[in-house]
Design a protein around this ligand. Sequence first.
Ligand code: GDP
Length: 335
Amino acid sequence: MTTDAHVRRALITGITGQDGSYLAELLLSKGYEVHGLIRRSSSFNTERIDHIYQPAQAPDHRLFLHFADLSDGSRLVTLLNEIQPSEVYNLAAQSHVRVSFDEPEYTGDVTGLGTIRLLEAIRAAKIETRFYQASSSEMFGATPPPQNEHTPFYPRSPYGVAKVYSYWTTRNYREAYGLFAVNGILFNHESPRRGGTFVTRKITRAVARIKAGLQSELYLGNLEAVRDWGYAPEYVEGMWRMLQHDEPTDYVLATNTAYSVRDFLQFAFEHVDLDWEKYVRFDERYLRPTEVDALIGDYSRAKDLLGWEPKVHTPRLAQIMVDADIAALEVEGRR
Ligand code: GDP
């Protein structure tokens, strides 16, 4: 760790995830020293950041990883004292909606209480820092679209409920303690690094495998759900801009376009000249006890205040992801 007072230092929780890995790349490219929290696991879980990690003795070593967990508050205090970050991005969570019905208490602990542990650690360490909270369009749940920063929340899963808790905690710390704390209310955002159990990536991986003759069926749940799917690398740029603004406030990031799971299937399969209806089967295991039918975000505030606008829309996103999964299979085949 450098002792140079002018170096901007960021802490990312959830650095091993899709967004954490893109954000780490972005911040490193802007000259930041980046610290990430990782969880101990018996299997490797850093594959999304392995390409930017360097040995400690490398001269331009600016990415540091620390074992920690949002369920361990005292560890967070120790680390914040040590690192003294000027920006904290809280991206860590149990982030899967379907899984949150199976593990509601754990989801509440990490996705909800984890945020207050981190905010309390910032207060306890008495550091001056800006704070970004990964809020989610899942908080809108059953409230009809389009949704913006004034839309009432109506979460439909333990995950959504926990995110609402974290949203209000972040606002409360802003108002109560004058902390520069913002909520980025991000609509679904995807990429070749999206986890394989989210519907977009599940589809694009299957397309690549079906095209290669490695798979012949794809089991899915509700095809009628409508989502506003954007491109994750553009969304992490939006996160960073939120923390550079003069005033802390909350922002929606979205594309303001709506497609169903069925539409996404069409875009992905069509890209390799296949008819999705020949391969897709229904499996009720993928249904949720309560579903979010439609999310479409109005990102006018982010456009006006941050100059942020999405460039990649869902049809192109599906193609990018299919191409990446085909390329990944080819690399695997050569091993
Ligand atoms: P979410 O919006 O955060 O829940 O993101 P997901 O990618 O997990 O799900 C998006 C939508 O796809 C939801 O409405 C799901 O019900 C629907 N869906 C349909 N089939 C599947 C499936 O097999 N897996 C997942 N994850 N979602 C599915």
